[in-house]
Design a protein around this ligand. Structure first.
Ligand SMILES: NC(=O)C1=CN([C@@H]2O[C@H](COP(=O)(O)OP(=O)(O)OC[C@H]3O[C@@H](n4cnc5c(N)ncnc54)[C@H](O)[C@@H]3O)[C@@H](O)[C@H]2O)C=CC1
Ligand SMILES: C[C@H](O)[C@@H]1OC(=O)[C@H](O)[C@@H]1O
Length: 254
């Protein structure tokens, strides 16, 4: 069953990892897909090629999500190409692992700007368009298990993920009257570029695997079903919710 037939889906940070998998998954579920990406043109082109191979139309728009103008440009370009916006997947993020006591202020500020301000601007720009269209819509923000638990080298990162989750709760209230649903997914540890260096440490990787009741770390494709579901009309009465997608890592105390 195709869950996003006829819809236009926008995904930020979609040239790699979870965003790329979500963009291709949305196309496989019948959506035309616009992707935002930050720097690597060849990765964006390859994502668009995969969207088109799924028989749908794709559009790549370059831009830094930390800049509010990127969001208005992204939405305007998608509307110009596809005629509207039905779903915004706010996914772009960074996690430069670093100790707390000597954390550089610029690392804190950049992480806040990309992860939290970026999500805010993207969701706001999409919401304005959806309200104008008058046919509702769906926001899916990629938060994290880190919205719920801490990380020694993620003191600048975990507050942004709690913030993204909180943003979905408040926008669910602000936008419910317009038929716009807002939810977050909370991935556990998914093997992508964001943690490639961190998980190159075999001991840490084995520890993270051992914490996961399903016995393995996640792949970007593990995020597709939950994101597509929340984006789709199958989740028509789901808003303000957070869906952990972590192989059971969060509940595994002992
Ligand atoms: N991989 C994991 O274990 C987890 C990842 N997440 C979240 O998932 C999201 C996607 O990350 P992954 O796919 O894992 O890693 P990734 O590094 O493959 O993807 C992040 C994407 O965001 C893009 N990006 C970074 N800064 C940007 C900017 N200023 N403007 C536009 N795009 C920008 C990158 O170019 C990249 O394509 C992030 O928000 C991350 O915090 C959440 C929980 C766990
Ligand atoms: C980047 C980390 O490996 C990943 O990001 C998160 O949000 C989770 O906390 C994982 O540790």
């Amino acid at each position: 069953m195709k869950l996003l037939e006829g819809k236009t889906v926008l995904v930020t940070g979609a040239s790699t990892g979870i965003g790329r998998a979500a963009a291709i998954g949305a196309a496989q579920h019948g959506a035309n897909v616009a992707i935002n990406y930050h720097s690597r043109d060849e990765d964006a082109e390859s994502c668009i090629a995969a969207i088109e191979a799924a028989g749908r139309r794709g559009l790549a728009v370059k831009g830094d999500v930390a800049d509010a103008a990127t969001a208005t440009d992204f939405v305007a370009r998608a509307v110009d190409r596809f005629g509207g916006v039905d779903v915004m997947v706010s996914n772009a993020g960074i996690c430069p692992f670093h100790a707390f006591l000597d954390m550089p202020a610029e690392t804190v500020e950049r992480t806040f700007r990309v992860n939290l301000h970026g999500a805010y601007y993207m969701v706001q720009a999409a919401a304005r368009q959806m309200v104008e269209q008058g046919r509702g819509g769906s926001m899916v923000a990629v938060s994290s298990i880190s919205a719920l638990v801490g990380g020694e080298f993620q003191t600048h990162y975990t507050p942004t993920k709690a913030g993204v989750h909180s943003l979905m709760q408040s926008t669910a209230i602000a936008l419910g009257k317009h038929g716009i649903r807002c939810n977050s997914v909370l991935p556990g540890t998914i093997l992508t570029e964001i943690n490639k260096d961190d998980l190159a440490d075999e001991e840490k990787r084995r520890y993270m695997e051992a914490r996961t009741p399903l016995g393995r770390l996640g792949q970007p494709e593990d995020m597709v079903g939950p994101i597509v579901f929340l984006a789709s009309d199958m989740a028509a009465y789901v808003t303000g919710a957070a869906l952990l997608v972590d192989g059971g890592m969060y509940v595994n105390l002992q």
